[in-house]
Design a protein around this ligand. Structure first.
Ligand code: PRP
Length: 183
């Protein structure tokens, strides 16, 4: 599908992201220091770059698993239907779990995923989100660790897409449309 013309303004550099990922990993390592084996759950697709960098900075025994959720918005409603397109391969009952998200926006995806995973009775479950747009929140939910709080801009890069493009940018950029209309 053709998109409107746009340019990408750098918002968070690759170097700044790398430094923050190191800090987050230190805090997560300290938090789960006594874990037997941490299950790190990446929410596809947007988290694939972040989880790859984050797990390599964790000084813990880890297992990596993935889930894919898809959310269907309804402009007139704050409730959204979240569907699980891919479930975990492994069991998490009695395990320590870290859910890794690229961005928390309305919060519906994370809320749905956490409700589902908590029902499986993990020993501990925490969330690390790279980005948070608190002004967009529709349900009360917050990640345990957040990389960066950002304003309500359309962002791409470091795993995050615009119409499936730009996931491979090494930094986080803000989309700016160049056809004269506001976003
Ligand atoms: C994005 C993002 C989060 C979710 C956040 O996923 O990766 O999972 O939306 O939005 P919410 O807080 O409003 O629920 P998207 O559905 O774009 O899929 P993707 O990760 O495959 O790009």
């Amino acid at each position: 599908m053709p998109t409107r013309p746009y340019v990408i303004d750098e918002m968070i550099s690759a170097k700044t992201i790398a430094a923050r990922v190191e800090e987050l990993a230190r805090e997560i390592t300290a938090h789960f220091q006594d874990t037997n084996k941490l299950v790190v759950v990446g929410l596809l697709r947007g988290s694939f770059v972040f989880i790859a960098d984050l797990v390599r900075e964790l000084d813990l025994p880890v297992e990596v698993d993935f889930m894919e959720a898809s959310s269907y918005g309804d402009a007139t409603h704050s409730s959204r239907e979240v569907r699980i397109l891919k479930d975990l391969r492994g069991e998490i009952a009695g395990r320590d779990v870290l859910v890794v998200e690229d961005i928390v926006d309305t919060g519906h995806t994370l809320k749905h995923v956490l409700t589902l995973l908590k029902a499986r009775k993990p020993a501990r479950i925490e969330v690390c989100a790279l980005l948070d747009k608190p002004t967009r929140r529709e349900v009360a939910i917050k990640a345990t660790w957040t990389g960066f709080e950002i304003p309500d801009r359309f962002v791409v890069g470091y795993g995050i897409d615009f119409a499936q493009r730009n996931r491979n940018l090494p930094h986080i950029g803000a989309v700016r449309f160049t056809d004269g209309d506001d976003q």
